[in-house]
Design a protein around this ligand. Sequence first.
Ligand SMILES: Cc1cc2nc3c(=O)[nH]c(=O)nc-3n(C[C@H](O)[C@H](O)[C@H](O)COP(=O)(O)O)c2cc1C
Length: 195
Amino acid sequence: MHIIEQLQADQAAANAHQDPNANLCFFSTVDPNGSPQVRTLVLRQIAETTITLFINTSSPKWQQLSKQPRCQALLWYSSLQIQYRLSGIAEALASDAIQDNWHKRPLRAKLLDYFYDWTAPQSSRMTSRAGLLEQFEALSQRLTPEDLKPSSAAIGLSVQLDQIERLDLSQNDLPHARTLFDRSENGWTTHALVP
Ligand SMILES: Cc1cc2nc3c(=O)[nH]c(=O)nc-3n(C[C@H](O)[C@H](O)[C@H](O)COP(=O)(O)O)c2cc1C
């Protein structure tokens, strides 16, 4: 089976097992000081050569990716005992890619996008949570829920994958099965790795 089909099949199996990580990834970037930065993101789509994530461009992760687009997403499906490492290069998707999804978001999430635009960027420091809630409430009062439009800062992020590593722990008494897949113009090449 092609590695992307394998990945999609594993994700579907994790979903069938109600694995809490089935639709998540742990996404790492490198900041301008060379420090790693990792956070949980919803993994929106796994396609032929890309994965898709949704983020806000006011966030540090976007500033980091603008300077260093190389990134890595880690998946851990405990229900299957399988880990994936997905490496590649991130780029912003055209803004209409997120429109439908944006309208389906809970009101709180839509208002937060406005908060990032009008009040303070995502991940910025506030003096207190009470102060944040006060400003959030003030912003909500100025807006009518039905009139909210997707913020241009809410974007889809596409990661063009060039390397995938799969580690399968479910091997009973044998060493774990670990495989590296490298992508070139000719498709994926496969190497077994020492687990
Ligand atoms: C389960 C879970 C799912 C999340 N999904 C997203 C997501 O899809 N997009 C996003 O921007 N942040 C998501 N977050 C929040 C991020 O982990 C992070 O706190 C935020 O994006 C700020 O990251 P940054 O400061 O590294 O830019 C999620 C957090 C959790 C715990």
